[in-house]
Design a protein around this ligand. Sequence first.
Ligand SMILES: Cc1ncc(COP(=O)(O)O)c(C=O)c1O
Length: 404
Amino acid sequence: MNQQSYYGWWQRDDLCYQHQHLFFAGRSVQSLADQFGSPTFVYSAARVKENLERLHGALIASGLAGRFSLCYAMKANRFAPLLTFLKQTGLCGIDACSPAEVEHAVSCGFSPAEISFTASSLSTRDLHVLARYDGLFMDCDSLHAIRSWGALKPGTKIGIRINPAMGIGRAANDKLQYAGETTTKFGIYWEQFAEALELARSYGLKVAKIHFHTGCGYLTPQLEQLERIIGHCMRFVDAAGGVERVNIGGGLGVPHLASDQSLDLKRWAEVLHRQCAGRGLHLEIEPGDYIVKDAGIFLLEKTFVEQKKNTVFVGVDAGFNLAPEPAYYSLPFQPLPLRYDQSPCTPMNVVGNVNEALDVWYEQALLPNLTGHTHLVLINAGAYSSSMASNHCMRGQFKEFLLF
Ligand SMILES: Cc1ncc(COP(=O)(O)O)c(C=O)c1O
């Protein structure tokens, strides 16, 4: 990797160096750091809206106008001002996966009828809370869920989350696959599908939706696999009969590395159109990552730079517990200096302040001489970061801001 590619691949109009200074959402990142301190997540409302509009645009251009809905997967980022903003755009509903998420989405302005609910391992307590929300659409992911929901809400419409035993994920990253060769807890397999339909019938439940989410982070090279998966899932749609909607889950990825090819939305939408349009089905998509990931940055203070044996370490004032994706899923968050520097880049390991071997933000990042730099920023920190944060080592404090 040369210096040029390091500084180049992630740049766009609202995230770039201007006169040597890093700008995000129209603000100098140094001024954000001075104002907010660190560690701080900063999100751009404009970028979130742009991402949503791009998805709408691609689906409409493919001929699916009026036949699709987007449900933002709030597990990606549930920051209340962000959810309120999303509601105000009118461009999406919500995908929720716990009773607390439903309560939170409602408190941010979404009506239960705008919420698609898909979760696993629901307790009796969970189900009683959910049953209070009239209009909430339940996708049952197990025979247990059909039985329990059927007892509480007989005669209603439900979705069934299925598991096609085929998975997808960023560049064959197995950790991001929810279905595939390994049997997972997600959804009902073909082998139990007839029993699931019979069980639903016994409670008078009408199976109006087939839902599947088979993995996360897919980009253009994975589109052929996406098409195979959707095609295969139509077998379940046909077997159920009377299905009105198909929910293909989320999973749309964004680039993390210079070598990543970003998702070709035109081709993606064409896949969906080819597989779904001729069947009179309404299409649901529930992306999280694609909507918020690249709309967030993580501001960090540099704590030390030191060579240990043959490796240079750069310490920052936050650990992997505040944004676990790099450690858990091997998804690197590119670190950037707040000032563009002409000095030659050398490889450095960016590490956090938690006593765990996992606590590495980025290995061998090409960074300039950091003397005189007080902060670093990590990009792609808008999804599965603050929402997955823990208080491990009592290092759980952070701030969050949504910029307009
Ligand atoms: C059922 C379901 N839908 C949607 C999503 C959102 O996925 P992504 O953020 O990759 O788009 C997830 C993520 O885990 C999920 O489990």
